[in-house]
Design a protein around this ligand. Sequence first.
Ligand code: DSN
Length: 420
Amino acid sequence: MYDYIKKQDAEVFAALLGEEERERDGLELIPSENYVSRAVREASGSILTNKYAEGYPGKRYYGGQGFTDAVEVLAVERAKKLFNCKFANVQPHAGAPANIATYFALMEPGDTIMGMDLSHGGHLTHGHPVTYITKIFNFVRYKMKDIETGEIDYDEMLATAKREKPKVIMAGFSAYPRELNYEKFVEIGREVGAVVIADVAHIAGLIAGRAAKNPFDAGFDVMLTTTHKTLRGPRGGMVLVRESEELAKKIDKTIFPGFQGGPLMHQIAAKAVCFGEALHPNFQVYAAHIVKNARAMAEVFKRENIRMITGGTDNHLILADIYGSLGIGGQEAQDILDTIGITLNKNMIADDTRKPMDPSGIRFGTPAITTRGMKEKECARVAELMLEALKAKDDAEKKKAIRAEIKELCTAFPIPESFV
Ligand code: DSN
């Protein structure tokens, strides 16, 4: 492994080895991360990184496109099959450009878009004031009606939509543990004449694996996603259009040449490999287990009286009010868990009174540990160990014992190289 880097660049080699060891000997609970197959990594590190391919298959601005066209067509066709839609653009370098390019395809500067309140689970690209996109479009919000159950306030959403007349209504989140009522979104969108889009970056793998509802089945017009979270592919973005060719053409134009130059063909090849894996029947078993495992972890938190935003989970992630429950801030909890070999992230909870760099919550999930083959029993044990470590934060011996048990789990459930 890394034979050439080893000979040529000792510093980068050391960092790569360190990361290999970190991933091997610790548990990854960040819900937006996963372990990709060796095949995805081979494609991602492949020769296609050499190639410029501005344009789309059959219509490029440079020569020599026989093989780039082949991989992009494969990625597009597989994506369409996975998500049951007519059009796919696999060129976005990441989720943020996919979202922003889509906003420009669907709106004019000054237009209004309605998305989930950021403190209730929405994402930075859904209109956080620190992002430049808020200088161009007007973002309005919907929220949960009840933080303890996660129910969205659809009545208020309709009232806001009638008042603000958004051109686009967006479903989607990066820290919300429940399923959305997609039919309601479509109903409200149709009533006010808005295009209805879903940012499914977090749950794309659950949708592809039939462990979560597909917004297209409810009539959504567009889906935006990343490919590296539950979908277990390379870092990258993608935009899917259910059936409107006119919409798909506009989005193609805003992605290239509107926002991006040359597509990352090595990443597109890796997306094609990932989509091939997700079409394999094994992937549905994997997706179902992500959800079962998250529920098993939530059960432990519930039993131990740890407050979870929305009371539990229907998907791959849990958002726990660790400050409210144990008096430990999100930053400190993240640091303590780091020392026992568990990686997760601090996170704001709904209507948090603490600051983003030291919020009340921790966010964690099961995509990566499910990839390791862990089932409910092991996931419940991981949840117990997390709480034991937090409660024993000043007990170095206890934490050492927990670290040893985590390492044993990692040895018993090594990161697999292949899933098909
Ligand atoms: N950074 C991703 C997450 O962790 O949810 C979203 O972009």
